[in-house]
Design a protein around this ligand. Structure first.
Ligand code: PEP
Length: 260
């Protein structure tokens, strides 16, 4: 089966509101020359910029908008959090379970799964981030960690939801903010994509699991993206730092589209 390719730019909390709006202008200009047939492209600004970025990109058919997280309940007395109905006018995508969110808020696998289920019910595609940290990698526990995260996630989803979610395998040690000394090889990430679909197949069968999109995140740039997207089981990438540079982001997108 053919899965569409995907590039998700995570802007984190790196830019001012003004800079986020300015990036949109550059992206619109740069992407005029890019033809996309097989690739979905998403940028994930900060919450306060969602409306402005969505407005800036509304006539642009090539770049969609995503949020960086969402709360797992529909509404309530939850000061400081943001609900699905508050992001839904602006986004079609949403990151969940990013390792920085997990670390800061103590988000559990169960809460990540609840967020993903809620987003699917609201027609927003969750991009669920998972992966091991440096100590777990060192202790040879990467497979166990990813298997557990996947089992909790799919335990909370329906078979139909598998085609409506994306898994971003993001080994925490490979994220640029963690100053990685090395990055995983393409075949290592491809092995994780096999594992991720195997866990999904264990619950819903291999036909459903084949529909599951799996992308890689961790210090992706235009110089290293090829080794990941050349692997047949990897459907795209999630660049953080590199997505803040519009030209570099465009080059990554062009490479992903060319490999699709
Ligand atoms: C991220 O944190 O989602 C990420 C992949 O960042 P970077 O590309 O900068 O490692």
């Amino acid at each position: 089966m053919t899965r569409r390719s995907l590039v998700v730019g995570n802007w984190k909390m790196d830019l001012s509101h003004k800079a986020e709006v300015e990036i949109v202008r550059s992206l619109k200009e740069l992407f005029k020359g890019v033809t996309l047939e097989q690739t979905d492209v998403v940028v994930c600004p900060s919450f306060p910029s969602l409306a402005a970025v969505a407005d800036g990109l509304k006539k642009n058919q090539k770049i969609a908008v995503g949020a960086q997280t969402v709360y797992w309940e529909e509404h309530g007395p939850v000061t400081g959090m943001v609900s699905v109905s508050q992001i839904s006018p602006f986004v079609d995508w949403c990151l969940v379970g990013h390792s920085e969110q997990r670390a800061i808020t103590g988000e559990t696998d169960e809460q990540v799964a609840a967020r993903a289920g809620l987003l699917v019910r609201h027609g927003i595609t969750p991009v669920v981030c998972l992966g091991e940290n440096a100590e777990e990698r060192e202790a040879d526990q990467s497979v166990d960690k990813v298997t557990k995260q996947m089992k909790v996630l799919i335990g909370a989803l329906t078979r139909a939801a598998i085609a409506k979610i994306v898994i971003a395998y993001e080994p925490i040690w490979a994220i640029s903010a963690n100053n990685p000394g090395e990055l995983p090889e393409g075949d290592e990430v491809a092995g994780m994509a096999v594992l991720i679909r195997k866990v999904a197949a264990g619950r819903f069968g291999s036909e459903a699991a084949e529909k599951l999109r799996v992308i890689y995140g961790g210090s992706v740039n235009e110089g290293n993206v090829d080794q990941y997207i050349e692997e047949p089981g990897i459907d795209g990438v999630l660049p953080g730092g590199a997505s803040l540079q519009p030209r570099q982001f465009m080059e990554i997108v062009k490479k992903v589209e060319a490999a699709a």
